[in-house]
Design a protein around this ligand. Structure first.
Ligand code: C2G
Length: 451
């Protein structure tokens, strides 16, 4: 009996997949198909999936040429499976030509021609064939965004960029053949489905509001707004118009952070009692965030990150909030500690600009603690510790590139309608953050008054 094995994601199962499986089965007497898990698919760089794993496996199982379906969830598994299932032939489409030659040590390797004209990617973009992003601002983050969006293969393109300093947008656009500098914000809105707002903090609210009023989806850099009422208004506008509004706190959308939260929720460390985290940076004192007396400082710059695990774990209700800041001679906070408690759990988030500390996140519970290694906001390595110092369970989840690809992928997922929940960063969490920014700015004003 000749066993054939093949692997694939099989998202939106289509005739290309079926043809491949038919020809694979014809090479032997039994066909085993490995369907790649969501997490492993993502780890291999494909961020968008329309179908759940259950549906993808069921579609493959229902295909008449398939005898057995297995799950593929890690690198190196093919080598194990070929030996375990005594596979004689490994088959894959010729888009992978040469990539699996190392398997020839164990079995025959066959690359079959792909069926032309059809792919999961082209089907995935069908509901929203092409999503045009317009970017507001041309600061440091924009180049990163342009690199990261290339990793989200869902028909997303950046076409327009706008900066009130038109010259600066033009200069940036020159480096990218598909990018145009818009002459005005309304022009950018008119030509885009969706805007990414990465302008200075204090301008976010106005840009986001104008975009929503013009019927455009919004991905807005943090902080979305500096007042609770502004954030509430923006989410209400988005809801009325069935538009997506997302605050780009990138940690919220990265796979490692989601895994961490799920582990906390599942009671691995018992009841959580404390959350401590820090995000500090040594930056050039000439930068905007060190000079802008009204909107600069460590809190406005970095607290969106430190507030994230706190609100995720403590929730948004009945919070008691207290701040302690050290201001520089311009009245800008160089270092701030934010203490938030809800009567059952405590927390402390530290932000610093020009002050450096360890960028760790520690979550203490009644049965142990979780330590997320620095930089915790790019969540990748974390470990669960218990009373016995030898008792450590470690986790590693990939964090790819600059991490912005995860929030972009989430936006595309939601635009395409594959995923409708905002659980990674809820409206309530985002609004609560805006309220805490408002409270902080009032606290800092008070401190300045005392000087
Ligand atoms: N395929 C094909 N013709 C198409 C589209 C896909 O023959 N028009 C083949 C692919 O070459 C692959 C299989 O169908 O052999 C599954 O394709 P995908 O779902 O795109 O999965 P892929 O990314 O190739 O996953 O670990 C291996 C991977 O999981 C392979």
């Amino acid at each position: 009996m000749k066993t054939v094995i093949t692997y694939g994601v099989f998202d939106l199962f289509h005739e290309g997949h079926e043809n491949l499986l038919k020809r694979a089965r014809a090479l032997g007497d039994r066909l085993i198909v490995g369907v790649t898990s969501n997490e492993f698919t993502r780890q291999r760089g494909k961020l968008l999936l329309a179908d759940s794993l259950d549906i993808r496996m069921a579609n493959v199982r229902n295909c008449p040429y398939v005898d057995e379906v297995i799950l593929e969830d890690h690198y190196g598994q093919k080598v194990e499976d070929i030996q375990k299932y005594r596979a004689d032939v490994f088959v894959i489409g010729d888009d992978w030509k040469g990539k699996f030659d190392y398997l020839k040590k164990w079995c025959e390797v066959v690359y079959l021609p792909r069926t032309p004209g059809i792919s999961s990617s082209s089907l995935r973009t069908a509901p929203y064939p092409s999503i045009s992003f317009g970017i507001v601002s041309s600061g440091r983050i924009v180049r990163r965004f342009l690199q990261e969006i290339d990793h989200v293969h869902g028909g997303v393109h950046v076409r327009e960029i706008y900066n009130p300093h038109l010259e600066s947008a033009r200069r940036l656009a020159e480096g990218y053949p598909d990018l145009q500098a818009a002459e005005s914000y309304p022009e950018l809105l008119e030509k885009s489905d969706c805007v990414y707002i990465a302008s200075p903090h204090e301008t976010h609210y106005a840009y986001a509001k104008e975009a929503l009023l013009a019927g455009k989806h919004v991905l807005c850099e943090k902080p979305l707004a500096m007042r609770r009422s502004e954030a509430e208004e923006l989410y209400a506008l988005a809801e009325e118009r069935s538009l997506i509004l997302m605050e780009a706190v990138k940690t919220a959308y990265c796979p490692g952070f989601s895994r961490l939260l799920s582990i906390v929720e599942s009671g691995f460390i018992g009841e959580v009692k404390d959350v401590e985290c820090a995000f500090t940076k040594l930056t050039d004192p000439q930068l905007r965030e060190r000079r802008d007396r009204d909107h600069g400082g460590s809190f406005t710059e970095l607290a969106s990150y430190t507030l994230l695990p706190v609100l995720k774990i403590l929730g948004t209700k009945d919070l008691d909030i207290r701040f302690e800041s050290l201001l520089d001679e311009n009245g800008i906070d160089l270092y701030t500690k934010t203490y938030i408690s809800n009567g059952r759990m405590l927390s402390c988030g530290k932000t610093g600009l020009g002050v450096k500390s360890e960028g760790e996140l520690l979550i203490a519970g009644t049965e142990g603690y979780i330590r997320v290694s620095s930089p915790w906001w790019k969540t990748s390595e974390f470990a669960i510790h218990r009373e016995d110092p030898q008792d450590i369970t470690s986790f590693h989840v990939d964090y790819a590139g600059e991490g912005l690809r995860y929030e972009i992928a989430e936006l595309v997922d939601r635009l395409q309608g594959w995923h409708t929940s905002d659980y990674h960063l809820t409206r309530e969490e985002s609004i609560t953050m805006a309220g805490i920014f408002e409270q902080y700015l009032a606290y800092r004003e008070g401190l300045r008054g005392n000087e």
